[in-house]
Design a protein around this ligand. Sequence first.
Ligand code: HDD
Length: 715
Amino acid sequence: MSEQSREPRDPREPRNLKDQQLEQYRVTDEGRKLTTNQGVVLSEDEFSLKAGERGPTLMEDFHFREKMTHFDHERIPERIVHARGFAAHGEFQVYESLAPYTKAKFLQDPAKKTPVFVRFSTVAGSRGSAETVRDVRGFATKFYTEEGNYDLVGNNMPVFFIQDAIKFPDLVHALKPEPHHEMPQAASAHDTFWDFVANNPETAHMVLWLMSDRALPRSFRMMEGFGVHTFRFVNDLGQAHFVKFHWKPVLGAHSLVWDEAQKIAGQDPDFNRRDMWEAIERGDFLEFELGVQLLPEEDEFRFDFDILDPTKLWPEEEVPVKLVGKMTLNRNVDNVFAETEQVAFHPGHVVPGIDFTNDPLLQGRLFSYTDTQLIRLGGPNFHELPINRPVCPFHNNQRDGYGRQTINRGAVSYRNNSLAGNTPAPVSEAEGGYVHYQEKIEGRKVRARSASFRDHFSQAALFWNSMSEVERKHIVQAFSFELGKVGSPSVRQQAVDLFANVSLELAVPVAEAIGAVPPREGGSKETRRSPALSLMNTAKSPKGRKVAVLLGEDFDGAYVRAVMDVLQAAGVRAEAVAGRLGKHRGADGFELEAVHTYATTDSVLFDAIYVASGRVDVGQADKGPAEFLRDAFAHYKPIAASHGGTVWLETGGLAGSQGVISAAMPDLPDSSASSASFASSDSPDSAAFAEAFLEAIALHRHWDRVVPKGERRCP
Ligand code: HDD
């Protein structure tokens, strides 16, 4: 049992201050009498009040009117971006005091647990859109600290498309479905987005990230998070450091492949939220380490880029990421609307010790987030919604407005006053009052971009240089798909010409794929690499993965059970799939429970496949082991087979390939490090077989496998 799974599992048991606060708003309706919102107990709920059984409905039916009116108003505007999201509660703990850098109280004491609420999201799609689309993912964290709420509103990519917030409406208009026909949904593969990209070269770096595997996270549990902007830490002595925030997933950062992502979008549009919900329900809590890159103020001009430019990252090899704490998400919401939908994040929600910089994107965000909540949540009192309330007291002279809940006593709501002793009163910095960092500013009022923001291609090239061969291939394929969906030949050509500034190795094959003229000149002078940018260098562990165990009529129950137990002990979820749900008796009389049928699930919903039977009745499905293996193989996933199941490897031509583990083929050549075979005896060693499978699962994908591609001929 993992350390975290010893946490209290009773969902009603309050875990921290925020949880206690929310508890007073939670209501269980089950077992209660049905009433109106005014508390009147009802005697009937299926028939409206009529003048005679067949007569007209009467206006005086207060129950009908109230029920219908409330229903008519159930929806609120979805977020203009990041509409599709999913959230969970948890806690954050710092490893050691960060007092030398910041006075923020929640970053001082390793014994202190700060409640958090984290919402993950896609950006472009509507609230009901599929989750595995190619997109940036939002990663927004609300820390309920003793000094007020601190929001770190980041993404899973460390840079952004634009440098100045005034261009955000343009970016979003170009990205969202085109207004004349509202297509395509949750996709950047269309003319207006690429027209924007081609004509706004500052997008180049971020677009490379968007075309990379980072845009297809396997799970919210397996993606990094970034605060993007350069912020400021300020300590007790008033000294400042520039800081970039990172979230590092303990399970490592892993991605889907494109064909898989597209198929999942149809098989399970809720793939990412289901994965997160189920993990938390099982006690496999999400864990992220908080990392900071720190830069003394005097180093502001140390780099060949401007640290205020949000299209630039600080290479981790130059400014190491210091891991300073851990966040654990350990509780699902009780109600998605009340919590996930009504939570209001804002990069301007800061606490003493954390401050802004003059990044023009950040500065503009400081306006936009309150403004959007006013329309979305219907007025200025959204901070009173349970999910948004700080856990410390708040007092000021703000009053009234839609939905006001606080009942402020007394006559005074102004300062200065004498009737209330001039309170509530501000306090000094020493007593905890927020004081903005006193940066000296000089300048003329100009609408301009700093010359130090003009290099748009060097870091895009740094990213490209840092990719492995496989990642580069995926980027070329992503560009070829996206631009291939663009109708305008001119936009296609402009986009290719733009990315020629990054690398001809990128631009030329894309041009060839989309019928554009391949650029002859181009490329960047940047030759450096940053290994931290490649997903190949991430943590590799089988933990958190999901395996389908395909059952038929002739499986060895005890053996399969033993393999599943080894997998499960390593944190891998193994679930049996068969022609029908329920108990299945193996050849040895041992029973296993199938929780999926070949019809209700699919290969793409698993990280690996284990075929345990040769003879398979697929029930009402029109697919079975052959189709499961075909996709798993094409998606470079680990595959294992034992007993009769090995026949599927032979018929599929998969035996002996990388990442394919077989327990019944003694003469199989062991052609690669992660391919293994086990002699078939009366009792093949289930433990060794399972361990070899686990190793293959830890690698996640077996890229060196030869997947038939390219030319297709009729047989
Ligand atoms: Fe934003 C939502 C992240 C630039 C304006 N943004 C939103 C969310 C995330 C981000 C994670 C969803 C929060 C939630 O789950 O409720 N946004 C970013 C990052 C950016 C960024 C990392 C660049 C570094 N955003 C950005 C700019 C503007 C906005 C430049 C406008 C000037 N963002 C918004 C918004 C949203 C929003 C329109 C929509 C819903 C909301 O705020 O609450 O105000």
